[in-house]
Design a protein around this ligand. Structure first.
Ligand SMILES: Nc1ncnc2c1ncn2[C@@H]1O[C@H](COP(=O)(O)OP(=O)(O)OP(=O)(O)O)[C@@H](O)[C@H]1O
Ligand SMILES: [Mg+2]
Length: 264
């Protein structure tokens, strides 16, 4: 079986700012992957290349064995099939949401894919229920709280049931209840055949949401392993800015610092 994605020595720059710098990785179909790395290490850029929004300037990205290139995506049939298979939930929902109502927002993908009216209505209702945004259906997505926007963005991607799900910091704006529902959802993706790639800083959830992790630094993969292997490598987590230093002030006024890993 072809890999879901293969990135081979991928380079990408925003004007003069290098974002991906010789990145290589392979993701099998059905794997749940966590992308870890400091701010600016290239996680969101990589997800945009995997979603064929940007294209490698050097090197190659293959999706299901075929190269993702600007030319290939100009083939409407191929692009349509790709959009049906792969869905990206952006880090910042404001970039994603553009419809007048939450209903229209969630219905947009199915409409683009040419589904029938009754199918669209049923799918929108189910997705809105799953992400607890039913009561917001007539509201403008731009006038919601950050977490509500994030849940609408998730519903608008999950509504088409893509076989590959790309999630950029999916829990970042969510309250504890919504976070634990998101984690439950990602746990349920295990052994479902769905490929899920999640960019996150939250080490406390990676054992639940991922079978395998890639650690990014300065636009390339510097380590990969199971969540347990990555969590055990304190030096790596420190180098990749994933563990923070804890400061205590003792009663006698002396300060003391040590690395702190989130308990899991
Ligand atoms: N639109 C843009 N224009 C110019 N440079 C950008 C743009 N978006 C990202 N960059 C740069 O590309 C590099 C990688 O950014 P990217 O957003 O991929 O990182 P990230 O790992 O997702 O970070 P974060 O954890 O903060 O979300 C950074 O140096 C960043 O400054
Ligand atoms: Mg990012």
């Amino acid at each position: 079986m072809a890999a879901a994605f293969e990135a081979i020595d991928v380079h990408y720059a925003y004007n003069e700012v290098a974002a991906l710098n010789g990145l290589s990785l392979r993701i099998e179909q059905g794997q749940r992957i966590a992308l870890l790395g400091a701010n600016g290490s290239g996680k969101s850029t990589l997800l945009r290349l995997l979603d064929a929004l940007y294209f490698a300037e050097r090197g190659q990205i293959l999706a299901f064995g075929a190269e993702l290139s600007e030319e290939a995506m100009q083939d409407d049939a191929l692009a349509h099939r790709f959009r049906q298979r792969v869905g990206l939930v952006f880090q910042n929902p404001d970039v994603q949401l553009f419809n007048p109502t939450v209903f229209d927002e969630i219905a947009f993908g199915p409409l683009q894919l040419g589904w029938s009216k009754p199918d669209i209505r049923a799918a929108v209702d189910a997705a809105a229920r799953e992400f607890r945004v039913e009561h917001l259906k007539d509201r403008s997505p731009h006038r919601l709280s950050g977490g509500e926007k994030k849940r609408v963005a998730l519903a608008s991607v999950l509504v088409i049931n893509p076989e590959v799900l790309l999630l950029d910091e999916p829990t970042a704006a969510l309250d504890p209840k919504s976070t634990s529902e998101m984690v439950d959802f990602l746990v349920s993706c295990r052994d479902s055949g769905r490929t899920v790639i999640t960019a996150t800083h939250d080490l406390s959830i990676i054992e639940d949401i991922a079978d395998h992790c890639f650690v990014l630094q300065a636009g390339r993969v510097v380590a990969s392993g199971t969540p347990a292997e990555i969590l055990a490598d304190e030096a790596l987590l420190h180098r990749a800015h994933l563990a923070h230093v804890h400061r205590h002030v003792h009663e006698d006024g002396t300060q003391h610092s040590h690395h702190h890993l989130h308990e899991h």
